[in-house]
Design a protein around this ligand. Sequence first.
Ligand code: PLP
Length: 443
Amino acid sequence: MTTSHPNVPNDLEAFWMPFSSNRAFKKAPRMIARAKDMHYFTPEGRPIIDAVAGLWCCNAGHQRDEIVAAIQAQAAELDFSPPFQFAHPKAFQLATRIAALAPGDLDHVFFTNSGSEAVDTALKIALAYHNIRGEGARQRLIGRERGYHGVGFGGISVGGIVSNRKLFGGLLNGVDHLASTYDRSKQAFTRGEPDWGGHLADELDRIVALHDASTIAAVIVEPMAGSTGVLPPPTGYLERLRAICDKHGILLIFDEVISGFGRLGFAFAAERYGVLPDMITFAKGVTSGTVPMGGVLVRSAIHDAFMRGPEHVVELFHGYTYSAHPLACAAGLATLDLYAREDLFVRARGLEEKFGDAFQALRDLPNVLDIRTIGLVAAIDLAAIDGSPGLRGYRAMEHAFHEAGLLLRVAGDTLVATPPLIISEEQIAEIAGKFADVIRAVA
Ligand SMILES: Cc1ncc(COP(=O)(O)O)c(C=O)c1O
């Protein structure tokens, strides 16, 4: 395909797009050239309202002046400094600020560049922690069906999304999965946390009985499963997981790559649920999506266990060339400032009810099987077209972008909304109205 428009690449072949239907896209590209606040703009200048904060990450909205200025200033001051054995001041500042936002003694931050790296880092820290304490037999990792923990080998091993796993060989040894927390027959059209399902955490006891606690290193779950199509945790579920992990000396990791930084009305979902995990993985919202960054928050006892032996020796043989990159740290600091100045997490909490109302009102539209709303998140399950799972969802995404001026996300035939936390009440109504139009259009 060629075009004379200056903002559009004139050859679409070379770029192999991630998690995309490349051939369908290249026949009718959904091209984005610019953004501001709640909107994207196509190369032709057509506005597209962003119902998904880019990809669950631009929580402060797009092209915020303060973040842009911080990135520009940082690029002009320090482009890169080596993170192994050297550091720059903003890395420490940002780690301190993130630790201050986190509950309990989650006081230490290991920086990565993505959520996937954060997950693999947390799993490695868990294994190494048990090892250095003389419990090296604790090697088993427990994830959950329908969980998404990025695309590294660790993440897809503990993850439970079949298409992300099935083509990639044997994966990590010694991984078990809890059952998914979703049962439509018991939970359909729930707002917030479903009442049914807390008991499913007790499966962990069954897994422990099978393998013995002495072989199990860690359990990792998303407090709210996101990528699979949004599954809020049943009431009491996370508390029960915590109690069972405590009983058996198993570390509990919350993957908060999408639930962190305000999505559920708190800095972290751990705070919303009053459950303190041993590690939290984060990414996305930490820089409001502007510069790649992720990380792991680690409780003091775990961190401190590594801080022994001769002082010149590296304590953890792990890290990335771009861990705590100066541009990402500058963006992160400006982002956290903006979250604080505009009180965006509390704002999200205040909008939860209106957001839930607007989306739950769509339940009588054609093909709607379930709607789940929590925080500033909504998911609408549509009935699949016979024999073509995912086709209705794909059509919805296409129609939304090309016809309705709406960016939404699909997981199969589930339509998802997770807007920037700056969304206004009028824009909630606008987005819900556009979802309704899209659902009718693909009926
Ligand atoms: C819960 C969770 N963990 C990990 C990841 C992976 O993050 P990344 O795409 O930055 O590697 C995601 C991405 O959506 C996620 O939702």
